[in-house]
Ligand binder design. Structure first.
Ligand SMILES: Nc1ncnc2c1ncn2[C@@H]1O[C@H](COP(=O)(O)OP(=O)(O)OP(=O)(O)O)[C@@H](O)[C@H]1O
Length: 254
């Protein structure tokens, strides 16, 4: 459904992304991993059209992403980015309702259906108790969950998450990953926690220095050799005895 073809991106002669290609099938959970500065966020920003590639093509349902009208784009792609928006005067409930904007006519009022979706999204993101609080007064992790609820309310085909577990305590990290995995939609998520990536993703894209270093299943890409070359750490690759998923132990020589 989503096709990225030879994407490059430069800012004032500095090449940030270099000839990246991959495709995402409907319903897949794709993890984007790579060291700091390897280009994960920039690539995601191109996919949700916050940035425009310098060259290459992104298509969604075989249509050039740049040709989508804004409203149609928002019906297809929802985002929880790293940057929390500055929205001082809004309550949580109001903010989650903004997720319904792509479905509304100009100045139309909210319908019962919208209220039901907002309420459902808040319940899924575990923020119902925060409904009447002001967004600006929430903790980092609470804000993250509110932004997730807003993205859920958008009911898009693709959910893009840029380090979604950042700021979340361990319970909420797993809750979020469980929740998004169960959604009947396509997920593309930049993740720093490689064990979460291994436990939840169908496929991983490994970024290094702005290029796609490797892609494949967690078992294919999370090898001792790749981890050494891309992340410069020693890793012992094992299995989580409870989930049977791949599990990594990291160590240094010191
Ligand atoms: N607006 C910009 N101007 C100049 N350089 C930029 C700009 N945005 C990003 N970069 C550079 O592009 C590279 C990739 O950045 P990006 O944020 O995509 O990396 P990342 O993999 O998401 O990193 P992190 O894990 O630290 O979030 C970095 O070297 C960054 O400094």
């Amino acid at each position: 459904m989503l096709q990225v073809e030879s994407i490059s991106y430069s800012i004032s002669d500095k090449q940030i992304l270099d000839d990246i290609s991959f495709s995402v099938a409907q319903g897949q959970f794709i993890g984007v991993i790579g060291p700091n500065g390897s280009g994960k966020s920039t690539m995601l920003k191109i996919i949700y059209r916050h940035l425009k590639q310098t060259s290459g093509l992104v298509t969604l349902f075989e249509k050039d992403l740049l040709q989508f009208p804004q409203k149609e784009l928002a019906q297809n792609i929802a985002v929880v980015s790293q940057e929390a928006p500055v929205l001082f005067d809004f309550t949580v409930k109001e903010l989650v309702m903004m997720g319904r904007t792509p479905y509304k006519k100009w100045l139309a009022s909210d319908k019962n259906e919208d209220y039901a979706i907002v309420s459902d999204s808040m319940r899924l993101a575990n923020i119902t108790h925060l409904a009447n609080r002001y967004f600006s007064e929430l903790s980092g992790g609470e804000k993250k969950r509110v932004l997730l609820a807003r993205a859920l309310a958008q009911q898009a085909n693709i959910l893009i998450l840029d380090e979604p577990t950042n700021h979340l305590d361990i319970e909420h990290q797993y809750q979020l990953m469980d929740l998004v995995r169960e959604l009947p939609i396509t997920i593309v998520a930049a993740l720093h926690d490689l064990n979460l990536a291994a436990g939840y993703c169908d496929e991983l894209l490994v970024m290094k220095d702005g290029a796609l270093f490797q892609s494949g299943t967690p078992e294919e890409v999370l090898t001792k050799e790749t981890l050494q070359e891309v992340f410069r750490v020693n890793a012992f690759v094992s299995k989580n005895p409870f989930t049977e998923k791949l599990h990594l132990f990291f160590y240094t020589e010191q």
